[in-house]
Ligand binder design. Structure first.
Ligand SMILES: [Zn+2]
Length: 466
């Protein structure tokens, strides 16, 4: 692979100042000097355009200046683009369930600098690890977190059965610094209404699934700001499949109603095509799960998680979900055309085949295959994620674009992502939380995780290796 010696050398210098990869850091990091990206081509993602031969100056984790011939402070780390490399915003996975140090490292190594944990994050992640990431002490994406609540213990969430429970949950979410309340299928209408009302008063917007006894039409009308999967419309909005054709898709004529509802209330949708695609691929096909396990990136999934892949129920089901997947593509396409803001998400990591970071790149590819332009697809993982947080959790530094004043979450790539999105899956470097990680440092993050998992399996003995 072609390597840029200067970038590499400077990157290695920067890496030496980084806290040791994956090691707990108890002390504050050293003062970070400004960082200058010199002679890079920019894909700012504020609109569809490129700015060639620019210098970008970063100070204190924010973009301080952008221009063709900026003076570079003498104490700045210089990352030389040499008129060849491309700089675009770091990526956002706005629906996952990642919360381990290892997942954080893998995500960052693949250019993911923002994520939304959609529920079941460990308290140690919500209260401690994500703050260490924000301070730059641990490599990982800036994480927003949602507290998942349900009306029954069927899916293992926190159970709320009365408005009083809902009020208590909002108080707890606030005390524990959650960012969102995530509603799940089994909540009662009274509890849902209380969550929306009390959540709004506490600055905690409601995101999540379709609630069976409420329905997305009423949920979005009441103020739910985000639908956690495009497929939720199947379950509480579109007419159910006919009994003689349980895998059938709704009529495409029904799509206009969903689009109109979202437009009317300004709600957003996580267009996580990769989630349903993975389910559809393995539906009734155990051999597909075996193939997922053989992929090299499976080494970056926690062994405890990977051990569950063959036990997940999807491969034992009968039927074929591909017509429903094709319908989701049409739904996403229609939402995009109508201007419904779409976010990228993955649902990593309960579903076999989903791998932190890799699945986000897969999702971008699937969005383009569904008919979105590369700019629109990349928008779901950059500027639309930033706009969503700015609208629902105001106050922090904006992100998702390469513009002056924005959080300096940056991805350096070999090619123009607007020509080739796959270039983003092999970053030449990532800047997050004020720290520059060059290509070698990113590869080391993945290698360390794979080795950690390998030795965990080895220590567990032969039975765990099966
Ligand atoms: Zn999920």
């Amino acid at each position: 692979m072609r390597r840029d010696r200067r970038v590499l050398l400077l990157g290695a210098g920067a890496a030496a100042c980084l806290p040791s990869v994956l090691r707990a850091q108890s002390t504050a990091p050293a003062v970070v000097p400004p960082i200058a990206f010199i002679d890079v081509h920019l894909v700012p993602m504020d609109q569809e355009r490129v700015l060639r031969h620019m210098t970008v100056l970063v100070r204190d984790g924010r973009i301080e200046a952008i221009g063709p011939e900026l003076p570079v402070p003498t104490d700045a780390w210089r990352v030389e683009g040499q008129g060849r490399l491309w700089l675009s915003p770091g990526l956002a996975d706005m629906h996952n369930h990642c919360d381990s140090r290892q997942d954080m490292a893998v995500l960052l190594s693949l250019g993911v600098t923002t994520m939304l944990n959609m529920g079941e994050a460990r308290n140690s992640f919500v209260g401690r690890l994500r703050l260490a990431i924000e301070r730059g002490e641990v490599p990982g994406p800036r994480a927003y977190v949602a507290l998942a609540v349900d009306g029954s213990p069927a899916y293992g969430h926190l159970v709320l059965t009365s408005p009083e429970d809902a009020r208590a949950a909002v108080r707890l979410a606030r005390t524990n610094r959650y960012d969102f309340l995530k509603v799940y299928n089994g909540l009662s209408p009274e509890v849902f209404d209380t969550l929306v009302r009390e959540g709004a008063a506490a600055g905690l917007p409601v995101v999540g699934h379709g609630v069976t006894r409420v329905g997305l039409a009423r949920q979005i009308g009441a103020g739910q700001v985000l639908v956690a999967h495009a497929e939720e419309f199947f379950y509480t909005f579109f007419p159910p499949p006919r009994e003689d054709d349980p895998d059938g898709a709704p009529p495409e004529s029904a799509i206009a109603d969903a689009v109109a509802l979202l437009r009317r209330h300004g709600a957003r949708v996580v267009a996580d095509l990769v989630t349903y695609r993975k389910i559809a691929e393995q539906w009734g096909r155990p051999a597909v799960v075996d193939e997922y396990l053989r992929r090299p990136e499976a080494a970056l999934v926690a062994p405890t998680q990977r051990a569950l892949w063959p036990l997940a129920g999807y491969a034992r089901r009968r039927g074929d979900l591909m017509r429903r997947y094709a319908f989701l593509e049409a739904l996403v396409r229609a939402m995009q055309r109508a201007g419904v803001p779409l976010l990228s998400g993955t649902d990593v990591s309960d579903i076999p085949g989903l791998v932190p970071g890799y699945s986000l790149h897969e999702n971008l590819a699937l969005l383009t295959r569904a008919g979105l332009s590369r700019f629109d697809a990349l928008s779901t993982a950059t500027r639309q994620a930033g706009a969503f947080i700015a609208a629902t959790r105001p106050g922090g530094a904006p992100f998702g674009t390469v513009t002056v004043g924005a959080r300096a979450d940056l991805l350096l790539s070999e090619a123009n992502p607007l020509d080739d999105l796959t270039t983003l899956a092999s970053p030449r470097g990532v800047l997050a939380a004020g720290r520059w990680h060059d290509e070698a440092a990113l590869a080391a993050l993945r290698r360390t995780v794979a080795e950690t998992y390998r030795s965990a399996v080895a220590a567990a003995g032969p039975s765990a290796r099966a």
